[in-house]
Design a protein around this ligand. Structure first.
Ligand code: ADP
Ligand code: ZN
Length: 300
């Protein structure tokens, strides 16, 4: 199988359904994105109508559409609410049948999963997780969420993991109340983009690289990663999302992870190999939409 296609071979549709914006694309892979559009996430009706219109306007009809969605979602193909956004704090979106609307309007199979499982799949096919069967893709943005593959399967379970809501020990001297509406001081409550804004009164992008915010941020993210390392034993961890544009965080997080593990997990990947173990997405900010394209390819 190759990832570049002749004009007559099938094309695939991709939808990165974010809480802030939607990204839609058609193509076959990173080097063959034939059209791409972005628009803000408004009401479900308007946003899904724009998504449908994008695909209907294309000269080529996709053979399948992949959707990587904000959540919580129902990712179980055997469930009656497969492809729904289930119960989200985002106004109007609870109970939205995203996959069903697209399937009925476009008449093609729709493969649906969490945004982070999709991004992980994209990285597996074309990026930083090639050749691995157990790895995590964690986004640190408006929220914190994790997905990926375990034993070669997209990470699901009872519903899907909510890795952003693990509990992490406080950084010394930190008395921030936390920003998660459900748990206060969980990882997302302490380290998401909105948590940075609430803690420092400025968006993360406006804090200089040597600001004390980043030591604290690295502390919480490192504890989160250690929890995932000792439970899932991932072969690699990919850190994406807006906050991870702060590239100085990578060496700080790697250093803290080694400190916290204290040599307990005996593998070179967690010692001298750590620079290749905790990495940014090779697909950059396109991981989500290309991941949705990789999902669509799974349908075929
Ligand atoms: P989303 O999570 O909504 O899909 P992003 O991954 O872009 O979108 O995350 C948005 C969050 O990341 C916002 O809270 C924003 O303040 C923060 N963010 C975006 N860019 C940066 C940056 N360069 N440095 C720090 N934080 C950033
Ligand atoms: Zn929480």
């Amino acid at each position: 199988m190759t990832d570049t296609a002749s004009p007559s071979s099938p094309v695939y549709g991709a939808v990165e359904a974010g809480g802030t914006k939607f990204v839609c694309a058609i193509g076959t892979g990173p080097d063959d994105v034939r059209a791409l559009t972005r628009f803000p996430t408004t009401t479900p009706e308007e946003t899904l109508a724009r998504t449908v219109a994008f695909f209907q306007e294309q000269p080529e009809r996709p053979v399948a559409v992949g959707v990587g969605s904000f959540g919580p979602v129902d990712p179980d193909p055997a469930s009656p609410s497969y492809g729904f956004i289930t119960r989200t704090p985002k106004p109007n979106w609870s109970g939205t049948d995203v996959a069903g609307v697209l399937r009925r309007a476009l008449g093609v199979p729709v493969v649906f999963d969490t945004d982070v499982n999709a991004a992980g799949l994209g990285e597996h096919r074309w990026g930083a997780a090639r050749g691995l069967d157990t790895f995590i893709y964690l986004t640190v943005g408006t929220g914190i969420g994790g997905g990926g593959l375990v034993g070669g399967q997209r990470l699901h379970g009872l519903v899907h993991p909510e890795m952003g809501h693990v509990f992490v020990p406080r950084a010394p001297g930190d008395d921030f109340a936390g920003h998660c509406p459900f748990h206060g001081t969980c990882l997302e409550g302490m380290a998401s983009g909105p948590a940075l804004q609430a803690r420092w009164g400025r968006a993360g992008a406006e804090l200089p690289p040597d600001h004390p915010a980043w030591e604290i941020e690295a502390h919480y993210l490192a504890y989160g990663l250690v929890n995932f390392i000792v439970t899932l034993s991932p072969q690699r961890i990919i850190l994406g999302g807006g906050v991870m544009h702060q590239r100085q965080l990578f060496p700080m997080i790697r250093h803290r992870v080694r400190q916290i593990l204290n040599g307990y997990v005996a593998h070179d990947a967690l010692a001298d190999g750590i620079d290749a173990y905790i990495v940014p997405p090779a697909l950059g900010d396109r991981a989500g939409v290309l991941g949705a394209l990789a999902l669509a390819r799974e349908a075929a």
